[in-house]
Design a protein around this ligand. Sequence first.
Ligand code: TTP
Ligand code: MN
Ligand code: MN
Ligand code: MN
Length: 387
Amino acid sequence: AEPRPIAMVTTLNGYACQRRTPLQHHNAVLTDALLVLAEKAEFSENEGRSVALRAASVLKALPHTVINMENLQGLPCLGEHSQRVIKEILEDGKSREVEAALHSEQYQAMKALTGIFGVGVKTADRWFREGLRHPSDVASSGHRLNHTQQAGIQHYDDLNMPVTKAEADAIGQIVKEAVQAVLPGAEIILTGGFRRGKPTGHDVDFLITHPEEGKEEGLMPKVVSWLEARGLLLYQKTNRNSYLEATEGSARPPNNMDRFERSFSIFRLDMPGAGPERHPQAALLEQAQDDSSVGGRRVGESWDWKAVRVDLVVTPFSQFAFALLGWTGSQLFERELRRWAGQEKHMSLSSHALYDSKQKRYLRASCEEEIFAHLGLEFIPPCERNA
Ligand code: TTP
Ligand code: MN
Ligand code: MN
Ligand code: MN
């Protein structure tokens, strides 16, 4: 008898939070293409974004490489458009729509302009219509920029360079020192993509809490002052906690938006081994420049410091598990958790709390496992939340 080929048909659940999605997967060629289409849709602010994101996410969770259209049988979230793109790539090695997007002036300009910290799709689109294509065009256009955008342009190259895990750990040491100095006993936890096991990121995300509820109040301005006094911040914008104001008089918190005391910042990370003492040229360069705050100063192949985006979030201990789950991502995994909670469980999940609409009460949790259990979901560890 002839050996029968193994039928590569896998069934997957419809919500990303019901699936295990590792960082390394088997369908990068297809997901890269779909993610370009998601980006293209985002740039023209249409619904296609989440459709393409969900389709890519399903392929990321597959335990095998898709080699023919039969492999897609039984899979959720793959609409007519996604299937057409996948078919084209399986047959021709590439998709015309994706190639056209990648080569279009609009896609390239929107990518470059939204790559400026502080610039969203709306602003980038307005600038594109005015003929601007690149951050350097913006700088010379005479447009009034807010402080965030000014910092974004000033540190454009550094901020578009991936942050490594080693750099994230170095920033973690600094934040830990700052937090310990202003509030002994406070704890910091690395979240975001690095907690999911990513080797690089676009920023570094930290949660800060204290085991004694209430001790964390007012912590952020002190941490920021400590860092500023040492010249470690190139930019920061702190939002105070508005959680209680927002919930006063209403039964439940508004969904999605989180209201922690938080700081979006840009750190100045000194690069060990590339300082002026190892590179005498750097000291000379520094003397020659009157504005030493412009970009990381390259010295040959290395530089002595680098601008790195950092998100700091302070959470009361009672909300810590929800904040940890909410800030670990991925963004699609988070969106799917909230969709699952609302549509399947009549619950409302935020980074602060979980509200059960049937029981009309908040469900407590002191760790992520308890939140998954409340939601009737199998626990998915951070490294498998790369949806
Ligand atoms: P990001 O830092 O944007 O993304 P990431 O860490 O997964 O990936 P990258 O390497 O590109 O940095 O967001 C991390 C999580 O933080 C995300 O899952 C959702 C959460 N988050 C909020 O809860 N509120 C916010 O306002 C933002 C910006 C993020
Ligand atoms: Mn991040
Ligand atoms: Mn990101
Ligand atoms: Mn972030």
